[in-house]
Design a protein around this ligand. Structure first.
Ligand code: BES
Ligand code: ZN
Ligand code: ZN
Length: 470
């Protein structure tokens, strides 16, 4: 349940938040000394001050080189919400202005920072105090920031929901509900047999042991009026629970694999955001949904099957399932001939080894497009870093009995996964693959996130639609 509302009304509030260095308003004398210390970084943000029977929260965007693309303002939004909640304040008006202020990012930080996964709480913990934040004079920014924050939180929630509640069938149902009235066309292929019949054998292979059947969810947005000659497709890995299958994962921490659907969640969140923002470019979103479970019906290590594009895949390890569900869906997305294609997947643990938990990897078949994805991420405060699809590593995926193996050995696991996917991309499509295994899941609190799933790539993917609509 969302517990914060941001509006632009000028109302008397329980507290006043002042962004130091970004407001001309004269402060009560009790505050000027504190504000000037903060301005010099002798005091940190936030500072809560009680004076004249009023509560003031002094905030300042942090000046750190890594806080790019509005991140300093999002962090500040989270600080504001944490202060309001700890002081039990139900409302607040924000004093902010000037050329350098980034109110949209502030609002995003308020909405995303205040997210809590409460769907599985009862009693008191299920009810959160409602807070209203007033930011007069910034109607456009408040609306835009709220849309971004809500859509990112949607992506987080579907990942935080456990595998028994958020399985492929539930995901499809939720997506339909979220897209209602937004003019998005939806198509669903549901069930193992239907996936095989429609020639998505990878989805069938991985999902055949699931208690809930696998599914392919397609969502299409068509712009009205002026339309770019570009067309844009997004594909997401949606393993609603990854046990590893017969190549079972170790038990400790396995529960976190309820979030192995961060890619599909990002596609869902971005698609909703795009439907609200209405860029001038056609956009298609594809979610490859399956449960990866061990069972008598499960695929075995050693199984070989023919992918949609004709290549024979050897399943060496059933835990490398993401690339299996993605490959046919990528081929399918390319059949529709988009000019630009992007995918997101919590694909490899190796990506965490390479880049850590704050940075996603990006790789692809077109350097300019890869750079554009990276730049879009930088613009919205999501960090992506390029890795090479070094052709010399293709031989790591060789197998004596099939065209390609689904694992590539001990080293460069993120790259070999990317090379695997590259074999399923159609001609003339600019493609970029984002391995979001790190930033999609947080092991503890970071910036404005608490432990849990982050909705990483919602902002980048929607930003790319804006870029391509020009
Ligand atoms: N979903 C995992 C990758 C993952 C690991 C995401 C940790 C987030 C955090 C993926 O399906 C997987 O299990 N990959 C294997 C690949 C290996 C078998 C080649 C891995 O990374 O160990
Ligand atoms: Zn796996
Ligand atoms: Zn996985």
């Amino acid at each position: 349940m969302k517990a914060v509302t941001v509006n632009t009304t000028k109302a008397k509030a329980a507290a006043t938040a002042v962004v130091v260095g970004h407001s001309k308003q004269k402060l009560p004398t009790a505050l000027t000394a504190i504000a000037s210390k903060m301005a010099k970084d002798d005091l940190g943000s936030p500072q809560v001050v009680h004076t004249n029977n009023q509560v003031f929260i002094l905030l300042k965007p942090k000046d750190k080189p890594e806080l790019v693309g509005g991140e300093a303002w999002r962090v500040m939004g989270d600080e504001l919400m944490k202060s309001l909640r700890s002081q039990l304040l139900a409302s607040c008006s924000v004093v902010v202005g000037g050329k350098q202020c980034d109110v949209q990012s502030l609002v995003e930080g308020i909405v995303v920072g205040d997210y809590q996964f409460t769907a599985c709480r009862s009693g008191k913990a299920a009810k959160r105090k409602k807070i209203t934040v007033h930011i007069p004079g910034y109607a456009k920014e408040v609306k835009a920031g709220t849309q971004v924050g809500d859509c990112q939180n949607l992506a987080r929630e579907v990942c935080d929901l456990p595998g028994n509640l958020m399985h492929p069938t539930a995901f499809v149902k939720r997506a339909k509900k979220e897209m209602q009235g937004l003019g998005i066309t939806i198509k669903v292929i549901q069930g193992e047999a239907a996936c095989r019949k429609a020639n998505f054998p990878g989805l069938a292979q991985v999902g055949q042991a699931g208690a809930q059947p696998p599914a392919l969810l397609e969502m299409h947005y068509k712009p009205r009026g002026k339309k770019s000659k570009n067309s844009y497709a997004m594909v997401g890995k949606g393993i609603t629970f990854d046990s590893g299958g017969i190549s079972l994962k170790p038990g400790a921490g396995m529960w976190k694999m309820k979030g192995d659907m961060g890619g599909a969640a990002a596609v869902l969140g971005a698609m909703k955001l795009i439907a609200l923002q209405k860029p001038g470019v056609a956009v298609s979103g594809y979610c490859a949904l399956a449960e990866n479970m061990p069972d008598t019906k499960a695929q075995r290590p050693g199984d070989i099957y023919q992918a949609r594009n004709g290549k024979y895949i050897h399943v060496d390890n059933t835990d490398a399932e993401g690339r299996l569900v993605l490959s046919d869906v990528l081929t399918y997305a390319c059949e529709k001939k988009p000019t630009h294609l992007v995918d997101a997947a919590t694909l490899t643990g190796a990506c965490l080894v390479a880049l850590g938990s704050s940075i996603a990897a990006v790789m692809g078949n077109n350097d300019k497009w890869v750079q554009q994805v990276r730049d879009a991420g930088q613009d919205v405060g999501e960090e992506l870093w390029p890795l090479p699809l070094y052709s010399g590593y293709r031989k790591l995926l060789d197998h004596p009995h099939a065209d390609i193996n689904n694992i590539g050995g001990k080293y460069a696991g993120t790259i070999t996964a990317g090379i695997f996917l590259s074999e399923f991309i159609g001609k003339n499509v600019k493609w970029a693959h984002c391995d979001i295994a790190g930033p999609a899941m947080m092991g503890g609190s970071w910036r404005y996130y608490d432990e849990g799933n982050t909705g990483f790539a919602v902002r980048t993917f929607a930003q790319l639609a804006q870029c391509l609509s020009k």
